[in-house]
Unconditional design. Structure first.
Lengths: 416, 225
């Protein structure tokens, strides 16, 4: 719910309730005042009649009108209580029931008591009341309407800088420049912008510090590795005739190579997670696939693997280097887990890349297959598939693994 | 042939000097930017082996300096930054080759030899090993004028062994030279053995002496007297 909507709901409900209560109270107050006024008129009528009787010792001649009429009748009652009340009567000419206000009193004239009833129609009063209520209600409605319109305009324009800020930070990624949100006339928004500016600047700094740390750490690691490797190269020259030394040097070399690959892989993963690659090169996946398969031809031969490729030629927007890594890793993986005499089938079209290989050992752990350092065998770094996954994520592809008919299937869907 | 090795890591520099000196190169070295700058301004080298991260500057600036002064020295960058961007940067700035650390000395030797061959205007692009003659330009190998029919891999392998003659080369180093390092090698390097065996057979059949020796199947060596 938008702030404005929420605000409006509360505001309008409260306003309506207040005005409603106010209107009801106003109605009763007004009704009370008008009736009193009516009563006052009736009393002054009574006053007039009484004064006339005192002066002339006889009943006045009554002039009845439609609005006011007086009824006088003889009575035995000596009670001098004055009653004023409203009663509904039937009006023949209007064919409706209307309220009339009555003032009943006993008037003694020459030792005789008369019951005088002064009637006055309440219609006028009621009409006045109706009019006043109508005017009040329409004013309330107008106030509400204008309030709503003004608020809407005002709040929208006041909140505009806020929405601008939100739009700016929505697409913010840590590898971007720090935000420089503009100064706004409203203090709160200004405060928000300033905080965001300094926050993103800090994020940006931290990001680069972390990035250069990762890179430097990795690079600094490569130099000692280079020393180990070159020293091993030198030591090989003394290993002739010493088989054990040869084997041990080879083991050192293997470890050295593995460490170096591990570093490169971790560095690549970090870069992928940091979205440091811009995927806007037009590449031909088929030719990369062909090239990578050709490079491995001896590997296929040495394991007597049958290779079936069914590939369509097309261009796609991707990253040459990442595409090479992707294909290499998929192939390395397939070759590693195919037993001697197995089959690797590759299907490539504009929708997907599917690499399948025979494996009798059963399914890999579907939950864990793409997690780092998951290894189904002791070879490899355990990072190959997580690299594949990360590359797919950054390219917007989806990658799935399945095991069917004694085959591992890795499917990369380009349209995710 | 005169080489300049610019590398700040002492051990690594020494290894390179030892290895390349043994291949009859005259090696000079620098361990910092200033010293290297003076050397490249004063002398011409056939090939400069350049580390990018130096304590007092960047190897890329040295490269820029060389190019600005129209020097024709061959340049191979060796960097711990085995990243694509740096590689492309270096090549775009005029380096002849790029080798990421860690590397095999035998690989470095092959790259340096290739650069020097490309740079030499005398067209001396033949490698002679006893009665074996490798014509790099024509991509032909002859033994006593008899031409050998070698596959691409066998030819590459022969050059690699020839440049690093009389040295023990591990099967890892050979595999990485022939197939690059984005591959994942199975524990048995049978296919390397197969290539070596075929090459040996062809050389011997053509009348060369059997100069490729296997060191317990873990490494190989081309023995040329």
């Amino acid at each position: 719910m938008k702030l404005f909507t929420k605000y409006n709901r509360i505001n309008i409900t409260a306003t309506i309730l207040i005005f409603l209560a106010g209107s009801v109270a106003f109605y009763f107050v007004l009704d009370y005042v008008l009736i009193r006024q009516l009563d006052a008129t009736l009393r002054s009528e009574k006053q007039e009649i009484s004064e006339y009787v005192q002066l002339h010792q006889q009943l006045p001649e009554i002039q009845n009108t439609k609005e006011q009429w007086i009824h006088i009748s003889k009575t035995k009652q000596a009670d001098t209580k004055i009653i004023s009340k409203s009663i509904p009567v039937y009006n023949k000419s209007e064919d409706e029931v209307e309220n009339i206000r009555q003032l009943i009193f006993i008037l003694p004239v020459k030792n005789e008591n008369y019951l005088v009833t002064v009637n006055k129609s309440e219609t006028e009063t009621e009409e006045l009341l109706k009019l006043i209520i109508l005017v009040t209600l329409s004013m309330v409605a107008m106030i509400l309407l204008f309030n709503y319109l003004i608020n809407r305009r005002l709040i929208t324009s006041i909140w505009q800088p806020f929405y601008n800020t939100i739009n700016n930070i929505k697409d913010y990624a840590a590898n971007q420049q720090a935000l420089s949100l503009s100064k706004e006339p409203i203090d709160e928004i200004n405060l928000l912008n300033e905080s965001l500016n300094s926050m993103t600047e800090q994020i940006h700094k931290d990001f680069f510090a972390l990035r250069s740390f990762t890179e430097n750490a990795s690079h600094e690691m490569q130099t000692p590795l280079a020393i180990i490797r070159t020293k091993v190269d030198s030591l090989y020259q003394f290993a002739e005739g010493k088989e054990i030394m040869m084997q041990q040097l080879l083991a050192i070399e293997d470890a050295c190579l593995k460490l170096s690959k591990l570093h490169q892989s971790l560095l690549l993963l970090t870069k992928l997670e940091n979205k440091q690659f811009i995927l806007n090169e037009s590449i031909q996946l088929k030719s990369i696939l062909q090239q990578k398969c050709d490079e491995r031809i001896e590997l296929f031969q040495s394991k007597q693997i049958e290779l079936n490729i069914e590939a369509t030629h097309f261009n796609m927007n991707f990253h040459q280097h990442l595409a090479e890594i992707l294909i290499s890793n998929l192939l390395n993986n397939a070759i590693r887990y195919t037993s001697v005499g197995g089959t690797i089938s590759i299907l490539l079209n504009q929708k997907m890349l599917k690499i399948s290989n025979t494996a009798s050992a059963g399914s890999l752990d579907i939950e864990k297959v793409f997690t780092r350092f998951y290894k189904a065998s002791e070879t490899g770094t355990g990072l190959g598939l997580s690299i594949i996954k990360e590359i797919c994520i950054s390219a917007g592809f989806s990658v799935t693994y399945s095991y069917e008919k004694e085959m591992h299937h890795f499917i990369i869907n380009f349209q995710a | 042939m005169k080489l300049l090795i610019v590398e700040d890591e002492y051990s690594l520099k020494q290894s390179m000097i030892e290895y390349l000196s043994a291949s009859s190169y005259l090696c000079e070295s620098s361990s910092n930017y200033q010293d290297a700058l003076e050397k490249i301004e004063l002398y011409d080298y056939d090939c400069i082996i350049l580390d990018i991260m130096l304590p007092d500057g960047s190897g890329l600036d040295l490269l820029k300096n060389l190019k600005e002064n129209n020097k024709t020295d061959g340049i191979i960058i060796i960097s711990a930054k085995g990243e694509l961007d740096d590689k492309i940067n270096g090549i775009e700035m005029g380096a002849d080759d790029y080798l990421a650390k860690p590397f095999h000395l035998s690989e470095l030797a092959v790259r340096v030899a290739a650069i020097i061959r490309r740079k030499s205007f005398q067209g001396k692009s033949n490698i002679i090993l006893g009665n074996i003659l490798i014509d790099i330009k024509g991509k032909r190998v002859t033994v006593d004028d008899k031409e050998l029919d070698l596959t691409q891999k066998e030819y590459q392998l022969l050059i690699y062994l020839a440049i690093n003659k009389n040295r023990v080369l591990s099967k890892n180093a050979i595999a990485q030279h022939l197939w690059g390092d984005d591959m994942d090698f199975p524990d048995n390097f049978d296919f390397i053995y197969a290539h070596i065996k075929n090459l040996r057979k062809k050389l011997v059949a053509a009348g060369s002496e059997d100069c490729i020796r296997s060191i317990y199947g873990e490494g190989y060596k081309m023995q040329i007297a």
